[in-house]
Design a protein around this ligand. Structure first.
Ligand SMILES: Cc1cc2nc3c(=O)[nH]c(=O)nc-3n(C[C@H](O)[C@H](O)[C@H](O)COP(=O)(O)OP(=O)(O)OC[C@H]3O[C@@H](n4cnc5c(N)ncnc54)[C@H](O)[C@@H]3O)c2cc1C
Ligand code: SF4
Ligand code: SF4
Length: 379
């Protein structure tokens, strides 16, 4: 970190209003004075500072030396090399477009109920259930649908057992800042927490650790990332799916993004909306995001590839490898080599490279930069 004690005023101008802010809520979770709040209405998904304590663009605690919000922000200044060095002991090489990894495998839950509830192979849900039932974590921060699910508004929440993990299984493609469920997890007595989230969120625990952001970072003991190239504005339901295609959100039962926006309806019908039609509803916070592959998670999981019922799995850290090995040993999951699906690995790298080009030239140099010329693929 630079010696100038950067605080909310710096975060506000350099990240929140510059187009770099993903809405991950790391700053909100880290603030010890509760002067940062989060707006998830009308598609905002942004932190804001309470007026009474220095105004929207400054902070009295920051002026007195508090730097915790900038320490928790995985888009502030040289976040990527700082996290890489903390997690992996080195910066990534240019050829490592999907981030530093130990193993790339295909994995799935062996429990048929878990696999069926999961979006792809149910790996993420299997890991959370295993970690809760084997006393590795006390709680997991996941995403649910609000209310009875008919609005399809994704909201953060805490899972403490198998039933709660399965209730949050599957993917929604609008934003859910799962980090925000941290306070509820702590209030329920949890001290060892698993986080599930897209790359913007899975860089939060390690950036906090790299910048010594205090006890919050020590409570995140397992970090599961979701591959992600974008999320969509909540308005896509009314303005595109319903207005143009007559698909009412209360009748939707499942969705996926695989070459097209796929929607399954209660009446058994299946619809594919071309992704280029969805482009106008890309969430603002995703437009400068350089991280497709959740580069700083212990384990990153995605659904690309030829096998719909397997999760493409990138194991990055010692913690991730230990969890995978123990789950394989007790039969909770099964795996096969990533090389069984070379097309998936090639697509992983292609999509990672495309996302990295989004990091704007106006931002600090370093993170998200790769040469425009094709790089040598690492095999
Ligand atoms: C917004 C989004 C975009 C994605 N984009 C891609 C992609 O482009 N390519 C790709 O290969 N994979 C993508 N994925 C990952 C993929 O959809 C699966 O989550 C992944 O393959 C793991 O599958 P699983 O069966 O192991 O997960 P599951 O066992 O179904 O567990 C999924 C977990 O994700 C959480 N979750 C669901 N929706 C959200 C959300 N909106 N925000 C935060 N957490 C959520 C759930 O609470 C659950 O814990 C995306 C996921 C999301 C949420
Ligand atoms: S990127 Fe995350 S931590 Fe940084 S300002 Fe935005 S919400 Fe806060
Ligand atoms: S593209 Fe995905 S990982 Fe990046 S900011 Fe958007 S939701 Fe987060």
């Amino acid at each position: 970190m630079p010696p100038d004690k950067p605080h909310w005023a710096h975060l506000f101008s350099e990240v929140v209003t510059s187009g770099l802010c993903t809405g991950c809520a790391g700053c909100v979770v880290a603030c010890p004075y509760d002067v940062l709040e989060y707006d998830d209405t009308k598609g905002a998904y942004k932190p804001f500072h309470v007026e009474a304590d220095g105004g929207f663009d400054d902070c009295t605690h920051g002026q007195r030396g508090c730097t915790l919000c900038t320490r928790a922000c995985p888009r502030f200044r040289l976040w990527e090399p700082e996290i890489d060095n903390k997690l992996f002991g080195r910066e990534r090489e240019a050829a490592e477009v999907e981030g530093v990894s130990k193993d790339i495998v295909l994995a799935r839950a062996t429990d048929a109920g878990v696999a069926a509830q999961g979006q792809d192979g149910g790996l993420v849900s299997a890991i959370l259930i295993w970690a809760l039932e084997n006393d590795v974590v006390d709680a997991a921060l996941v995403s649910y649908l609000e209310g009875d699910g008919t609005t399809w508004k994704a909201v953060p929440g805490v899972a403490r057992d198998r039933a709660e993990v399965l209730a949050g299984g599957g993917s929604r493609y609008t934003y859910s800042a799962n980090t925000l469920a941290y306070a509820d997890a702590i209030a329920s007595g949890a001290t060892r927490i698993a986080l599930v989230g897209m790359g913007c969120q899975s860089s939060v625990p390690p950036v906090m650790a790299a910048r010594r952001a205090g006890k919050v970072s020590r409570r995140f003991v397992l970090n599961i990332g979701l591959l992600c190239s974008k999320t969509f504005d909540d308005a896509i339901f009314a303005e595109l799916f319903e207005a143009r295609y007559g698909l009412a959100r209360q009748d939707m039962v499942k969705m996926n993004v695989k070459g097209a926006f796929q929607i399954w309806m209660r009446d058994g019908s299946f619809h594919e909306i071309p992704l280029k039609e969805c482009r106008d509803w890309t969430r603002q916070g995703c437009k400068a995001c350089p991280d497709f592959a959740a580069e700083h998670a212990d384990i990153s999981a995605g659904g690309i590839g030829a096998f719909g019922d397997w999760t493409l799995t990138i194991v990055r850290t010692d913690t991730g490898r230990e969890v995978m090995e123990k789950m394989m040993a007790d039969g909770s999951i099964e795996t096969r080599p990533g090389d069984d699906d070379p097309g998936a690995i090639a697509l992983l790298r292609k999509l990672s490279r495309a996302s990295r080009r989004r990091w704007p030239e106006s931002a600090v140099t370093g993170p998200g930069r790769v040469p425009d010329a094709p790089v040598q693929l690492r095999r």
